[in-house]
Design a protein around this ligand. Structure first.
Ligand SMILES: [Cu+2]
Length: 205
């Protein structure tokens, strides 16, 4: 085998020395691959690790079991009328006795627009409310972004200490635990001017 290979290679010498070098040369560019044996390997391993770590929080964020809670240093709240929801209004739905209260974001039955059902809710401290996007009539949170805050004179008013998170993608349920009393307003950032708003009144009893 060696003889035949060498014979074939020698036959190539005449046509071109360059061709022989390329076809039969055995010297590999090894040295260049070992120029930096120490600094070459470690950075590669380190660069991979952050990628794996970065994926984990995304999975956790969309997990249905996630429950958003208000920051412990949040200022006290009061019960008040926000987003046309009076604390003792006749349209307030008392969900204080429910194990799994749900507010659905979807279109009105008569197709007149979008709304939350129920719009005005009463809960007690310690309950967890589920915000659910109606995938049939409303699609995803991207179409109807959920936002904490209220509408005043046609403008959005932020509510940064609310446990209700901003959600503008996917269709997974949003679970919110209310640990302190007060009124927690919310709205859809696209249709708040046409009534896609609501509020949760959390009572201590
Ligand atoms: Cu909407």
């Amino acid at each position: 085998m060696l003889t035949s290979t060498r014979a074939r290679c020698l036959s190539l010498i005449l046509p071109s020395l360059v061709s022989w070098t390329m076809a039969c040369g055995t010297s590999a560019p090894g040295p260049s691959a070992h120029d930096h044996p120490d600094s070459g390997g470690s950075p590669t391993d380190v660069a991979v690790a952050p990628t794996d770590v970065a994926v984990a929080p995304t999975d956790v964020a969309v997990a249905p079991t996630d429950v958003a809670v208000a920051p412990t240093d949040a200022p006290p709240r009061t019960l008040r009328t926000l987003n046309d929801c009076a604390p003792d209004g006749s349209d307030v739905v008392d969900m204080t006795g429910m194990a799994n209260p749900v507010v659905l974001s979807g279109s009105a039955p008569d197709g007149s627009g979008f709304l939350f059902t129920p719009k005005c809710v009463r809960l007690r401290v310690g309950q967890t409310l589920t915000f659910r996007i109606d995938q049939v009539t409303a699609g995803t949170w991207q179409v109807h972004p959920l936002m904490s805050g209220w509408i005043e004179d046609g403008s959005e008013v932020a509510d940064p200490t609310s446990p209700i998170p901003f959600r503008n993608e996917g269709d997974i349920d949003v679970h919110v635990a209310f640990t302190t009393g007060g009124t927690y307003p919310f709205y859809c950032t696209r249709h708040y001017l046409t009534g896609h708003v609501g509020a949760v009144h959390v009572v201590d009893r």
